[in-house]
Design a protein around this ligand. Sequence first.
Ligand SMILES: Nc1ncnc2c1ncn2[C@@H]1O[C@H](COP(=O)(O)OP(=O)(O)OP(=O)(O)O)[C@@H](O)[C@H]1O
Length: 481
Amino acid sequence: MTQILVVDDDRAVARLVQRCFEGSEVDVLTSQRAAEVIPLIEKHTIDVLLLDIMLPEINGLDLARQIRQIDSKLPIIFVTGRDDSETTIEAMKLGAYDYLVKPLDVGMVQELVERAIENRRLMHEPVVLTSQQAEENESGDLLIGRSPQMLAVYKEVGRVAAQNVNVLVRGESGSGKELIARAIYQHSNRNSEPFLAVNCAALRETLLESELFGHEKGAFTGADSRRIGKFEQCNGGTIFLDEVGDMSLTIQAKVLRLLQDQRLERLGGAETITTDVRIISATNRDLEEMIADGDFRLDLFHRLKSFEIAIPPLRDRDGDLEQLVQYFLKQFNKQLGKEITGLSAESLARLKAYDWPGNIRELQEVLRKSMLMATSTVLAPEWLPPELFGGAAPIRPSGESQGSDEDAFDVFLTQLESRGSENMYAESLEWMEQRLLSFVLDKTAGNQSKAAALLGITRGSLRHKMRALGITVEQVVKGDE
Ligand SMILES: Nc1ncnc2c1ncn2[C@@H]1O[C@H](COP(=O)(O)OP(=O)(O)OP(=O)(O)O)[C@@H](O)[C@H]1O
């Protein structure tokens, strides 16, 4: 269970945050007194702290300094009554995750807290290179696979982690670039400093520029207060630039300058700020081709790849598929309350013959969906999706799930009931969310902004849900073909 702590002498703030997470997996603890905060943090595992800057007994910033001594990586979101840029900057320099200005907006609180929870997870959940012991122990995210190809990758992680150089992680979509980036960070000398991830493909140019470099009030329409960018906020830490090939040339030039002399200016600002960040970047794009086409800067490319790690696609890893299948079967049995003991020989042969363009993430999704539908304890080919059969749907047992989604839902509900689920509400919602998101992303050809607009949720929430459900745009679009 995720736990967040809200500290504010204004009870309305605590009530609003509690409302934001009603019925969710997030447990909201509240306190109105500064003196209670440290004992609460020591007693409970707090994932995110929402902290009023103007507490009656103590300044929130001073309290944050004390908290940093106990837990240097706890994401703190400051809540301020007024948009006072000096205090805000002070807070961000202290390593605050972000800040919110009252009156609070439910959607914004949800989105920011969800992002902070994800950030906490990225920093904390250890990425463990597989060993028998690690698999048994099952804590954190495991990097499964002992193929010679992956052993070579682990060796490179070990070789580069402690060196203070920028690393470019390359690999196809879903092949584990983010996991490898986190493994590098966790084994680095900067592992007690923050790790912030920015997806360069997820934001429009101005927003990405402001996310990375910050902006001054009035720098562009909508910039109604000063904002500290991730490079400044992450001073001393590590930034993960995901989908780095999607940065515009303007932003590339700014990142290059930052890499050359660790200096930056906020958007619309004149002050030069010095910062010290290590960059781990990742891409599945052909940067050499982009350079040849004038879409990516050669000088930046060289700076980013002081060291390069290439993750092999799943289809090229000898023997890893079986191990990953075993691991995910165990994981999903637990999550879905199933008791599937293994795959039939034909199912395994199908999995091995398939190309896995979406790599591990696609394998996860295929297994999860198939396990959700399966009525037997051995996963037979009829439960596998059509793409594994070259597009032709496998024959399902008569009378089951051949028809509409409505029929499939009835079958699913019957299965839940017959296995005595005590979590039908959550499991059915997840089932429907899977379909809803896949449907909408299909309709919008994978455009997440349009999909979020259709769904009436923010793009951040959509991305969060996609990640939680293991949905990737490539897969959704591919399913349409
Ligand atoms: N070797 C592995 N062992 C176990 N799980 C893995 C492994 N590699 C990847 N995964 C899982 O597969 C999913 C995709 O991994 P990740 O997000 O790191 O891929 P990525 O290459 O960064 O994807 P994208 O290109 O979409 O950004 C995650 O859920 C991750 O935990």
